[in-house]
Ligand binder design. Structure first.
Ligand code: F6P
Length: 480
């Protein structure tokens, strides 16, 4: 059973394609399972009885939220407290007692709805920052199922994390899971530091802690994509009508592409500054290159997001006004969602992928860009060192997104990179993406959850010296 706030319930054949939704859909569509979460609807009076919809092998079960729930749990605590803190943006944190109360209240309500569907042998895999306390609420209701948690955003060092309201309660809430997973070893290290510094988690062995009498495992599981399938989509995407029109409109100019939700964590402002800096320092590229930034609006009812919509639009307009020519618009900035096939085709025709978040859990755009490239003439990925993907994609040009001059130099270098170097860089990333697929991510997490169950049965709960983990093949979990 999978739980996430957004659930891509099939409606008119369309799904919401966020990073989390894509990852989980890829993982679940073959094995099948039940996917529980928010319906996306706000209603006057929310029932705790989930609405159930069948979509292929996946059963979707969703509940509505009231306006107050949405404001306090989603727009408030999740996106004005947890999101900025986890993205190291203490300057943007908004603390409201009512939001904190609402977050825990909604988690209690989700647990009560979920309880209606649960069987004693169900393995439950809960996703993302909206649901940190969900396992603790289920435990209170008497459920002893194996419950795993995966965080799709970064986890900051303890000095930053401790700015969270209800910090200790959140840490103890994570202690109610059997396995807690993060994207990178850095996130794991930060979380372990929080457990130890607060005296909440007692080390039991490598990556194992005792929290309030329970044993938890804390491990990195870097999420991937369905690499082969995405590469195929990119090939067929070349025939997509939007891709063909875009290609025709480019003439013989090179294409730089950026694709991000409109979010301050994505570093779009710094990226446009870097592009301006590149244009200023490299006049030879004027009218030779176009930068397309595809940026669907996001969380527009959160004030910090509304503010940045104006800022970015103004900045793109200013750059075009300053550097553009009658027959050349340097930046095409669009607030639209582009379909999967068209996006894959656009990545494939791009010479440069610009993925420069100020902080990101993983960033699947980076992986999709690499998977979409033609091996005989691959484009260059410019990637922020602060994206989780930087831990794996070392064939990218890694940049500090705050250093706009260095990013501008990386753009010039990418556009001038010889074919042999582009191929060499691309092949190492492609090979990595073939191994770390979304399917592998799913299997590794579930296998760790199953192992943790076996170990809990075998071993008494006593602190012990570090030991080497068994190398025996992990038992395969059969149900999610
Ligand atoms: O990055 C975390 C995440 O949950 C992504 O997985 C997802 O694409 C995005 O946030 C969606 O945000 P929201 O549900 O608020 O639109």
């Amino acid at each position: 059973m999978v739980v996430s706030n957004r659930v891509p319930v099939p409606k008119d054949g369309s799904t919401k394609a966020g990073g989390l939704a894509i990852a989980l859909e890829g993982a679940l569509k073959e094995s099948g399972g039940l996917w529980f979460g928010w319906s996306g609807n706000i209603v006057g009076d929310a029932s705790d009885k989930p609405e159930v919809v069948q979509g292929g092998k996946i059963t979707f079960a969703v509940v509505d939220l009231t306006q107050q729930d949405y404001d306090e749990y989603y727009a408030g605590f999740a996106n004005r407290a947890l999101w900025p803190v986890c993205h190291y943006r203490l300057d943007l944190v908004q603390l409201e007692r009512s939001d904190t109360d609402g977050y825990f209240r909604v988690n209690r309500a989700f647990a009560a709805s979920l309880a209606r569907l649960l069987q004693p042998d169900d393995i439950i895999w809960i996703h993302d920052y909206h649901f940190i306390p969900l396992a603790a609420e289920l435990r209170k209701l008497g459920f002893n199922n194996r419950i795993g948690f995966f965080l799709h955003i970064p986890w900051p060092p303890s000095d930053v994390a401790s700015a969270l309201p209800a910090y200790e309660r959140l840490l103890r809430g994570l202690g109610a899971y059997d396995v807690v997973g993060f994207h990178t070893p850095l996130d794991v290290e930060n979380f372990q530091q929080c457990l130890v510094r607060e005296g909440i988690g007692q080390p039991m062995g490598p990556n194992e802690y005792q929290v309030d009498g329970r044993r938890i495992r804390v491990e990195p599981f870097p999420v991937g994509i369905d690499t082969q399938a995405f590469a195929r989509t990119a090939v067929s995407g070349e025939k997509n009508a939007l891709v063909r029109r875009t290609k025709a409109s480019m003439g013989d100019r090179d294409l730089i592409i950026g694709v991000d939700r409109l979010d301050y964590s994505k570093g779009i402002k710094q990226r446009i500054e870097s592009f301006s800096c590149f244009l200023k320092s490299s006049p030879a590229f004027h009218n030779r290159v176009t930068y397309i930034q595809i940026t669907p609006k996001s969380r527009s009812d959160v004030p910090e997001y509304k503010r940045m919509q104006h800022e970015i639009a103004e900045q793109a307009g200013w750059t075009n006004g300053n550097f553009g020519e009658v027959d050349w618009t340097p930046i095409r900035y669009v607030n639209q969602t582009v379909g999967h096939a068209a996006l894959a085709g656009l990545y494939r025709m791009s010479q440069v992928g610009l993925v420069t978040p100020l902080r990101d859990g993983m960033n699947l755009v980076a992986k999709e860009f690499v998977a979409a490239q033609p091996p005989e003439d691959p484009g260059v990925l410019i990637l922020s060192r602060f994206a989780g993907a930087a831990h794996e994609l070392n064939g990218a040009l890694l940049v500090n997104p705050y250093d706009t001059e260095a990013c501008a130099a990386a753009i010039t270098r990418a556009l001038q990179m010889p074919l042999a170097e582009r191929q060499e860089r691309w092949i190492t990333m492609w090979e990595r993406l073939q191994t770390n697929t979304v399917g592998a991510w799913c299997r590794q997490f579930l296998s760790c959850l199953a192992d943790s169950a076996a170990e809990a049965e075998e071993e008494p709960l006593e602190p012990k010296r570090a030991r080497v983990r068994s190398r025996s093949p992990r038992r395969q979990a059969t149900r999610a």
